[in-house]
Design a protein around this ligand. Structure first.
Ligand SMILES: *Cc1c(COP(=O)(O)O)cnc(C)c1O
Length: 355
């Protein structure tokens, strides 16, 4: 039976409804298993990973594989690319850009970074590189620029050029965007963010629709060992149970805040894609942005995102952040608190900037 996401998030990945079965898969702390079965060793499988993967896979419409972090998932995937071109979103997460730059410096691939909000430009580039591109790497919305890519159009052009398509779905989550159903080949998640959702665990995942590709990625994870701990997977699954509720609330809060920011004279620009729990505001100077992030009591000045608690930061405080990101850009991860309390906390700080 096909269930809706809110049902899948709660019901999938559980033991059978039989007498004395626990409702949740218990944490198995094991580095090894008695020989003679399928499990053998703790780097190959763990019940908590499998339960987490079942739920995330069903939500994305594919088969999931869990990793120690988002970057561990990305590194394992990029390890499969040899001597070819990767066309990637220029405003991708700085760790993704960092890995591409590192691999390029070591002669493993050529990275072509481009503006994915310019659909015609990307399609033209892919036509020019026909047959040479191994992967098209799409992050949408981007972190932290909040640019959105036209997935169906770019996926079609990428496939015509003979490339596989990867979508970093960390910001949108499967509640708001299901790239596999739009034809993408691989979805990547920093499960650290909305998936786990409580700012207490680092984890990552890949999701694919092709079983043979899943086998290739699983073999690579076995080889490289970028696996999560059992406790991390258990925590991430516990968080995933409430993903639909959390995304609904944080997206509603973000929509309301985007509107209020747009009407405030201290704010130069609001970047809100119209969905999801992330937004960015641009203030005229870095100093004003720093003042905002240091003048609130509810909002926490912290990196990372997707937790139940509202956090924000000026992104260019990171030396490795792209120069395409304005100096005064503050990225906000909107939590599930009361939206009026969140706004009151922001507006007392914003008023000081124009007062
Ligand atoms: C955080 C993040 C990553 C990296 O994930 P980690 O779990 O921190 O390793 C990748 N992509 C995006 C969009 C992110 O926000």
């Amino acid at each position: 039976m096909d269930h809706k996401p809110a049902t899948i998030a709660v019901q999938a990945g559980r033991p059978a409804h039989e007498p004395d079965q626990p409702l949740n898969v218990p944490i198995t702390m094991a580095s090894t298993y008695v020989a003679g079965g399928d499990k053998e060793y703790g780097r190959y499988t763990n019940d908590s990973w499998v339960a987490f993967e079942e739920v995330l896979g069903k939500l994305e419409g594919g088969k999931a594989l869990s990793f120690a972090s988002g970057l561990a998932a990305i590194a394992t995937l990029l390890d499969l690319v040899n001597d070819s071109v990767v066309v990637a979103t220029e405003q991708s997460y700085l760790g993704t850009i960092g890995q591409l730059a590192d691999l390029e410096a070591r002669g493993r691939l050529t990275a072509r970074l481009t503006d994915f909000s310019d659909t015609d430009g990307v399609v033209k580039l892919l036509k020019k590189l026909d047959g040479e591109v191994a992967l098209v790497w799409i992050e949408t919305p981007t972190n932290p620029g909040m640019q959105v890519a036209d997935l169906p159009a770019i996926i079609e052009a990428a496939h015509e050029a003979g490339a596989r398509v990867v979508v970093d779905n960390t910001f949108a989550t499967p509640m708001l965007q299901q790239p596999l159903s739009l034809g993408a080949d691989i979805v990547i998640h920093s499960a650290t963010k909305f998936i786990a959702g409580h700012s207490d665990v680092l984890m990552g995942a890949l999701v694919v629709s092709d079983e043979a590709l899943w086998d290739v990625l699983k073999a690579r994870r076995d080889l490289l060992g970028a696996i999560p701990g059992p406790f991390e997977a258990w925590l991430a699954l516990r968080g995933l149970r409430t993903l639909p509720l959390r995304v609904e609330r944080s997206a509603a809060n973000a929509a309301a805040l985007a509107e209020r920011f747009a009407a405030h004279p201290a704010v130069e620009e609001v970047r809100y894609p119209g969905f999801g729990g992330m937004l960015a505001v641009v203030l005229p100077t870095a100093e004003q942005a720093d003042l905002l992030t240091h003048s609130t009591s509810l909002w926490v000045n912290a990196t990372s995102l997707g937790g139940v608690e509202s956090t924000f930061e000026r992104r260019r405080r990171w030396k490795t952040e792209s120069a395409t990101v304005p100096d005064g850009l503050v990225r906000l991860s909107v939590g599930v608190e009361d939206v009026d309390d969140l706004w009151d906390d922001l507006v007392q700080a914003l008023d000081r900037l124009v007062g």
